[in-house]
Write a protein that binds this ligand. Structure first.
Ligand code: ADP
Length: 355
C-alpha cells in the first residue's frame, strides 16, 4: 500500500478542521434560532451578551464532540477497514506472484464476518490454484516420463539395427521394436491432444441419432482378432432398437477404451460380457470381464490422468484411456462407475441420457 505524504496528511487535517468548524457553526446557528423562537414564545428577554456566550459555548462543545466522534471513527476504520484491507491486499499480491501457500487467518472479533467471508474465499481460491499448479507440474512430469520409455526402447533397437551382418529375422525384430515404440508415442500424443481438447471444451459434441446396440457391436468386432488369439469368450446381451441422440465419435472412444481394457486385463480362457439395457430416458451399458480385477484403492484413482494401477500391463497403455472416458461421459452428463473384485473381474457401468 502507498504511504501517505506530508501533503496528504496536511490536506486531510485541513479538511477535518473545515468539517469541525462548519458543523460547529451550523449547529450553533440552529441553536440560536431555537433559543430565539423559545424566547419569543415564552416572552423572555435575551441580551446580546447572553447570546454571544451561549453561541460560543455551543460552538466549541459541538467542535469537541465532533472531534471525539471523528477520532473514534478513525480508530474504528484503522482496525476494521484498513487492517483487513492490508491483509487481503498482501495475500492477493502473494498469489499474483505465484505463492499459492498463502492463507488468511479469520478474525475473531465481532463485526468481522464480511472480512472472514472474503478471507475464506481467498483461501479457497489459493487452494484451488495450488492444486491446479500441482496437476500441471505432475502432468508435465508424467508426459516426460511416459515419453522417455518408448524413446529409450527405440534408441536401443536403433543401436541394435546398426550392427553389421544382422540376420533378416533380427533386423525385422528390431525394426518392429522401433515401429512399436513410435506407435506407442503417437497413441499417447493422440490421447493427450484429445484429452486436452476435451478439457478445454474445444470439442463441441456433434449430436446425431443412432442405434447404440449397433455401435457397440461394431466396436466389439474390431477386437475379434484379439479375443480369438487370447481365447476369450464373448457374451452379449444387447437390447434391440435402442436409439440415442449423442456424439457417436466421442461415445466410440468410450466403448473402445472399455473393451480394450477388458481384453487387456482378462487372461486367456476368460469371458468378456457386454450388455445394453434402456429405459425411456437412459441407456445403460455394462462391460464385464473375468480378469484380474482391482482393489478399492486402485478403483478410486483409475479415472485420473496417467494413473496405472496394474503396472504389469503398462507397456500396453499410458493411463490416459479412462481419464478420456470420464471426460466424455462428463460432457454428456452421464455417469460411469466400476465394481471390481481382485482375481474375479470388473464391471464398468455407463449410463447416458438418450437425448
Ligand atoms: P491404461 O492405459 O493403463 O489401461 P486406463 O486409464 O485405461 O490406462 O486404466 C487405468 C488403470 O485402471 C489401469 O492401469 C488398470 O489398473 C485399471 N483398469 C482399467 N480397466 C480395468 C479392468 N477391466 N480390469 C482391471 N483393471 C482395470
Amino acid at each position: 500500500m502507498k504511504r501517505p505524504t506530508l501533503k496528504d496528511v496536511l490536506r486531510s487535517v485541513s479538511s477535518f478542521l473545515l468539517f469541525f468548524l462548519t458543523v460547529g457553526f451550523i449547529v450553533s446557528c440552529c441553536m440560536m434560532l431555537f433559543v430565539r423562537i423559545l424566547a419569543d414564545t415564552m416572552d423572555l428577554t435575551i441580551t446580546p451578551d447572553n447570546v454571544g456566550t451561549a453561541a460560543k459555548v455551543t460552538f466549541w462543545n459541538v467542535v469537541l464532540i465532533t472531534f471525539l466522534f471523528k477520532f473514534a471513527d478513525y480508530i474504528r476504520r484503522k482496525i476494521m477497514v484498513e487492517r483487513p484491507t492490508k491483509i487481503i491486499t498482501e495475500a492477493t499480491e502473494k498469489i499474483m506472484s505465484g505463492d499459492f501457500s498463502v492463507r488468511i487467518k479469520p478474525m475473531e472479533s465481532s463485526g468481522m464476518e464480511g472480512f472472514n467471508q472474503i478471507a475464506m474465499a481467498i483461501n479457497q481460491m489459493a487452494k484451488e490454484l495450488s492444486s491446479v499448479e500441482t496437476l500441471r507440474t505432475d502432468f508435465i512430469a508424467n508426459v516426460s516420463h511416459e515419453m522417455k520409455t518408448p524413446l529409450a526402447v527405440m534408441q536401443n533397437y536403433g543401436t541394435l539395427l546398426q550392427a553389421p551382418d544382422l540376420s533378416d529375422e533380427k533386423r525385422m525384430e528390431y525394426a518392429k521394436g522401433v515401429t512399436d515404440g513410435s506407435r506407442r508415442m503417437a497413441d499417447m500424443m493422440t490421447n493427450i491432444l484429445k484429452l486436452n481438447r476435451l478439457e478445454n471444451q474445444q470439442i463441441y459434441p456433434q449430436v446425431s441419432e443412432f442405434d447404440l446396440g449397433e455401435q457397440l457391436c461394431e466396436c466389439l468386432l474390431q477386437y475379434e482378432n484379439i479375443w480369438e488369439k487370447a481365447n476369450i469368450e464373448i457374451e452379449t446381451d444387447i437390447a434391440e432398437d435402442v436409439k440415442v441422440k449423442a456424439d457417436a465419435e466421442l461415445l466410440g472412444h468410450v466403448w473402445n477404451n472399455l473393451f480394450s481394457n477388458a481384453f487387456k486385463f482378462t487372461p486367456a480362457g476368460g469371458t468378456v460380457t457386454v450388455s445394453l439395457t434402456a429405459t425411456d430416458h437412459h441407456a445403460i451399458v455394462k462391460v464385464t470381464d473375468t480378469g484380474c480385477g482391482m482393489t478399492p484403492e486402485v478403483g478410486a484413482h483409475i479415472f485420473e490422468k496417467f494413473y496405472q494401477g496394474d503396472t504389469s500391463h503398462s507397456v500396453q497403455g499410458n493411463g490416459l484411456g479412462l481419464a478420456l472416458v470420464k471426460r466424455v461421459i462428463d460432457i454428456m452428463q452421464g455417469e460411469i462407475g466400476v465394481e471390481s473384485a481382485v482375481g474375479k473381474g470388473s464391471t464398468f457401468t455407463v449410463r447416458i441420457g438418450r437425448g
